[in-house]
Every structure is written in C-alpha cells, then in structure tokens.
Design a protein around this ligand. Structure first.
Ligand code: PNS
Length: 171
C-alpha cells in the first residue's frame, strides 16, 4: 500500500539472454533507466532453452559498450534462478519488455512464479512498435543467411556478428 511518502529510488533487474543485444532491448533499457533509479541489465549465463551463439564475454562487452551513455545502468550476469539473483541484489522489481500478445502468455506465468519465489513484481514495458517483430533469434537467423539486420542491432553488435560469421565460415 502507498504510504504517502515520496517514492523510493528503485533498483530494477532487466534479465535476458542478449544473444545478441537488439535495438529492441536497448530501447527497453533506455526507457526503464529513465523511469527507475538504477537498472541492472543481467545476462543469464546458461539459458534453459538453448546454447548461446555469443560467449558471456562477448555478450557482456556488447552490452557495456551499448549502455555506456546511460549513467544509471550496470551490466552483470547470473547463473541459476532469477528469483535468487533478484534477492541477492536486493532489487525492488524485475523489468521485461512485451512485444506481442503471445509474449504475454509466458511472461504472465513467469512473473507470477518470480513473485512467488522472491516477492518481487515484474514491470512490463510495451516495445516500441518498430521493434515488435525483432528478436535475437530472428536477427541471428536472418544475418547468418545473408540478410540485412543493420536496422535491428546497434552498429557495434553488427561488427561482433560479422566477426562471428567470418570465424564460423573458416571452421
Ligand atoms: O532473453 P530471454 O532468453 O527471453 O530471457 C529469459 C530469462 C533469462 C529472463 C529467463 O530464462 C530466466 O529468468 N532465466 C533464469 C532461470 C529462472 O529463473 N527460471 C525460472 C523462471 S520463473
């Protein structure tokens, strides 16, 4: 319940695989950081669903470079349960982006589970419509099949992707 005092400075966690970071992620990061006190962008080390294409070091350095202009954003990583990480960081909220209605179905149960495990709520930001179809997995698929993804990822991420594609071609 609101106690009538000024709102506290909020520490928020924005978790994800960031494999790789997209302009959609960056948009959510910038908007969340504008609204909240401190935002920790937390890279999951071993996503449940798949092996990441980019190493943790690559993902971490992409993110650090791309959020360097936002002073209240910190980049970190975690293993295991998000709820445990949230508690360890003494965070007040989790932040997630919602692109399309189908995101809502999984995000709702995930938010409820995380709230039940850590007593922390999830705040959702609607994606900018120009990024509503942009996902890391689609960006990778299009890029590695030769498509142009330059509108969907930051320039520095595109460079890392090009290096990865060249290395994969050689191997
Ligand atoms: O960018 P992604 O892959 O959609 O992010 C998914 C992420 C990292 C938010 C989710 O997989 C996660 O929270 N993983 C940590 C493990 C965990 O806590 N699982 C239970 C969720 S209720």
């Amino acid at each position: 319940m609101h106690n009538g005092s000024r709102p506290k400075v909020t520490r928020a966690i924005y978790p994800g695989s960031f494999d790789p970071l997209t302009n959609g992620h960056l948009d959510v990061i910038e908007r969340a950081a504008g609204a909240l006190g401190e935002l920790i962008v937390a890279i999951v080390v071993n996503p449940q669903k798949r092996d990441p294409m980019f190493t943790l070091t690559e993902r971490e350095s992409m993110l650090k470079e791309c959020v360097a202009h936002v002073p209240n954003v910190r980049v970190d990583h975690f293993r295991g349960l998000l709820a445990d990480y949230v508690k360890a960081q003494d965070a007040d909220v989790i932040v997630k982006g919602l692109r399309v209605v189908s995101d809502f179905e999984t995000e709702m149960s995930t938010a409820m589970m995380n709230r039940s495990l850590s007593n922390v709520d999830t705040l959702f930001l609607m994606s900018d419509s120009k990024y509503s179809f942009v996902s890391s997995s689609l960006v990778k698929e299009v890029f590695f099949l030769g498509g142009d993804v330059s509108h969907f990822v930051p320039h520095s991420v595109l460079d890392v992707m090009a290096t990865k594609r060249a290395a994969l071609k050689k191997s």
